[in-house]
Structure formats: C-alpha cells, structure tokens
Design a protein around this ligand. Structure first.
Ligand code: ZN
Length: 363
C-alpha cells in the first residue's frame, strides 16, 4: 500500500489527519484479518511550496522541512497512527527518479526541452481513464495549479507534464539532462517502484490528487514497466471542509490536530474523524465534535476496564466488522459498535473491545 504523504511546511490539520487515519484503519483491519501489509508513504521534502515558505520566513528549506515533519509525526503518533513501514524522502530518492526518467526517454515516452524533460501523454492511450476528465477540464485544473504553471510552453502538448525541470533558483541536482529538480509526480512512481514493486495493491491519497497527480503516476509507471495496472485499487479520501471550503493552507481555514488534542482524547478525535465515510466530504462542525467527545466517553464507560479477548464470531462483532469490510465504512462500524456494545455478553464484549481498540482505535 502506497499513500501520498505530506509536503512538510505547515502544521497538521484535521484534513490531513482524516486522510491518514483512513489508511491507518485499512492497514489495521487487514492485519487483524491476517494479511501482511507493507505500507509506504512519502515525504515531499523539496517542493516549490517549501522553498517559497522558507524564503518568506528567512529559514533554511531543509530545516523547515525537518521541523515540520517532526511535528507531523508527533501529531500522528498521538493519534495512534499505524506508522508506515517505510517513509521515503524526495531528496534521498533523486537517483531512483533519474533512472526512471532515463528509462522513459529510452522508450520514447519522454522528451527533453532545454534541460527539462516532459512525459508525452500522446504515447499513453489509457491517459485520463482514472479521472475520466475531458481535455478542457484537465486544462482548467492545470491552470489553477502553481506547479503546472512552471512548465515550458514549448512542450508538445499542454497536458504533457514535467519529469525533470531546469530551474535557475533554489536547490538543484545533477542529471544527464542538466542540473535541475525532479517534477512532483515522478517522485511517487519512483518510490513505489523502489520500495514496493511494479504493481501494488492499494494506492491512496486525497481526492484532490486524482488529476493530475495520480493520472500522471499511472501514465509514467505503466509506460516505464509495461505492466498494467500500476495499482489494483485506488482509495481517494474526500476533503475536510470548513465554511463550505476545503480546509487548506491557501484558504487559511484550518483546525490543527494539536489544538484539538488539547481539548480531547485521541480516541475522541479519531471517533470524530472516522464518523463520515471516506468518500464523502467532511464538514467540520464544533457541535458534532463535542458530541464525539461524549460518545467516546460513553464507549469507554461501556467497554473499558475489561480484558481484550480474541476477535470473535459473535453477531455483534460480525456486524461491526461487516461495516469495516464494506468499503471501509467506519461511520457505520462505529455506530454499530455503539449500538451493540451495551447489550453484548461478556465474551462478545471482550471481542468488541479488541475491535474498538486495535482496528478502529476509538477506545
Ligand atoms: Zn504522490
């Protein structure tokens, strides 16, 4: 399982936490069922947004990235995150990216323009199948993205995306194409290939990554390896919203994990964040958050204090796990747990306790 991770330049907000907790529960559920999981998640520690923020604040971009990453890991640790088995960093994977780009050039799927290298989307007849977007819709999306605006207007097609960029400012690395920086999308393809293999089972991330990021990952990975599919299942988490807008740095409408955890237990915050199915946008609501605190308290009073037994085959446990198995319906799983726990006998209760703690993490 590969999940697109953070670009560490700002504090972890509830939207990040929700996204990564979805994959936390997925990994926990698979592992509880006896499946071995290898989970990789990248850290984009060099990126235009880090460089801009570092310049604005007058700090070294590496120091900024390291500090924000430490805080992110600390926030997620407090939330009981099942940590990835490997967290590759972009700055340490440049050789892997260069090799992948060379492979694409050799196959004729990529071309150079003055020291930059672009992927030729005309070479991929499956391009666009993940997002299902029309060409005009793709162009509109790209026009809104800072990253895409850096691309050379002389490339063959405005949808062709940068694998390597010739840049004048900021950190650069040597390459056979000239000094520069890798494009953002190639990072994830290279890391998947390096740490997991040519085909993976689950690829995840926020739903805002479907186009262009994941569409481009598929194009470059499948072109380089000749293997389809690149990922068997795509899991996209819908955005967290506040005031009708996506919670984000650019909107400035963030609620930070650290501030929320000053007011409640990690279990209550998990219950809150997992209480909306991952495909549905989550509208942050303080009243609902306060109710989540009460609900977590009630669950602890009902289930707490006893022993953690094996996960049983009793109807109560089966009902909760059936919801988890149904496209990771954590919302229904938690509500089922709350309904069945007070009426369960001792044995079922010891099983539910294990499910609540080990899989959902709400106890
Ligand atoms: Zn990615």
């Amino acid at each position: 399982m590969y999940v697109c991770g953070v670009t560490p330049y700002d504090t972890t907000h509830l939207g990040h936490a929700r996204t990564f907790l979805v994959f936390d529960v997925l990994a926990r559920a698979l592992e509880a069922g006896g499946t071995r999981v290898r989970y990789a998640q990248n850290v984009t520690d060099v990126d235009e947004s880090i460089l801009q923020r570092a310049a604005r604040d007058g700090v070294d971009w590496r120091e900024l990235g390291r500090r924000e990453e430490r805080w992110f890991l600390e926030d997620m640790r407090r939330l009981g995150w099942r940590r990835p088995d490997v967290m590759p960093h972009a700055t340490r994977e440049i050789p892997t990216m260069r090799l992948l780009i060379e492979r694409l050039i050799r196959r004729g799927d990529a071309y150079a323009v003055d020291g930059s290298v672009y992927f030729d989307i005309g070479r991929d007849r499956h391009y666009g199948e993940l997002s299902g977007l029309s060409r005009p819709a793709m162009l509109r999306t790209l026009a809104r993205q800072d990253d895409a605006r850096l691309d050379d207007p002389r490339r063959r097609d405005p949808l062709d995306f940068a694998l390597w960029r010739h840049v004048k400012d900021g950190p650069t690395w040597p390459s056979p194409f000239g000094r520069g920086r890798p494009g953002w999308h190639i990072e994830c393809s290279a890391m998947v290939l390096h740490h997991l293999g040519e085909t993976i089972d689950v690829h995840g991330g926020g739903s805002d990554l479907v186009y262009p990021h994941h569409e481009n990952e598929i194009a470059q990975s499948e072109s380089a390896t000749g293997k389809r599919p690149f990922a068997r299942f795509w899991v996209h988490v819908a955005p967290m919203r506040l005031g009708g807008k996506k919670m984000s740095k650019s909107e400035g409408n963030m609620v930070f994990v650290r501030d929320a955890l000053a007011r409640m237990t990690p279990q209550a915050l998990r219950l809150y964040l997992l209480d909306v199915h991952y495909r549905r946008p989550f509208d942050h609501d303080e009243a609902r958050l306060a109710r989540a605190v009460e609900r977590a308290g009630r669950l602890a009073a009902t289930l707490g204090g006893g022993r953690f037994g094996p996960v049983g085959r009793d109807p109560a446990t089966r009902a909760v796990l059936a919801a988890v198995d149904d496209d990771l319906h954590t919302e229904r799983a938690i509500r089922t747990l709350e309904r069945v726990a007070p009426r369960a006998d001792d044995r079922a209760r010891s099983s539910l306790r294990t499910v609540a703690r080990r899989i959902l993490g709400v106890l």
